[in-house]
Design a protein around this ligand. Sequence first.
Ligand code: ADP
Ligand code: MG
Length: 352
Amino acid sequence: MIRINQITKSYDNVRALDNVSLTISSNEVVSIIGYSGSGKSTLIRCIAGLEPYESGTIQTDVTPVKDYKGIGMVFSNGNLFPHLTVLQNLTLAPTKVLGISRKEAEEEAMQILDKVGIWSVKDAYPDSLSSGQLQRAAIARSLMMKPEILLLDEPTSSLDPVSKSEVFNVLTMLKDSMTIVLVTHSIDFARSISDRIVFMSDGKICEQGTPSEIINHPKEQKTKAFIDHCMNMVYEIDSPKYDHPELNARIEVFCMRYRLPYSETYSIQLAVEELLNLIPLDEGVKLLISKSDKGLEVEATLAKGAHPYLSPEHVKDELSYNIIEGLCEKIEEETNENNESVIRVAIRQNTI
Ligand code: ADP
Ligand code: MG
């Protein structure tokens, strides 16, 4: 159990936490989501006892063991000691802080490494591990102290999809045996693992509820805007020499999230490529790809003053235009409230 009662915390002139209250039950998994700067890290650092705060209280029912408070913390970069092997990283704190013998700590470490699937790299140094192995080693290191509460600050933020799944599987395995508070920017991760999601904004808890309440039926406008922002893909192009492979990879990851068939992923990649071939890119273009019940939509917002020239008589590359027409149900052009040209296309379903 964690009971946070009206805590307020400021850095210089910034109020990072503004009168936050939150109670988390034993063995509950709570994800904290929100824009960067909304106070998520500050909140879990306060729970971990790493940060002083001006007012309010935080209580837990954890029993400290010697100098260990019973709360584990995992950071996004793992933070392993680079000059120690995985095994040495794991045994350091239990031997130093809890006074456990090296032999006993090593036996325990082997079991935990086996549990999280990285027993085979026990003698490796951190710089030779994959990012998923590193993050699992960091979690294993926390587990060595037998925490009752595990706090994780964006544990998958720098991970590729495979590594992200590895960490996800480890946390799923742990979730029934401890209280987990997870700061994450991944809505999918939060949805799959959490009992409750807390959305923070400007140092306050804006809304909280079950994953379905927060993700599918948010009540607050701010929550809805944040969820929309996370579920869509935004990509900014700043010149005609944009990074094609990166854009295609981002589209692939986006489509994977919705488990779209490869044919649809390919359609959208092709439609985007042909669209970018038709519109002026010198001043920049903002792409927004979104998925709704109706299917996939691509919206391109041109720089102010740039004109799309998409009408059949003006189009600069007829082949590109024909490909888009073949792939898409509609091609719309309009001017938005900022006087920018916006093009919208909806990908035809089952085109291939
Ligand atoms: P989040 O994790 O949601 O991105 P943080 O908790 O890191 O947000 O930050 C909340 C606010 O506090 C931000 O405005 C941030 O700039 C500020 N802040 C965080 N840590 C420090 C620090 N060590 N010194 C000064 N300001 C900080
Ligand atoms: Mg943070």
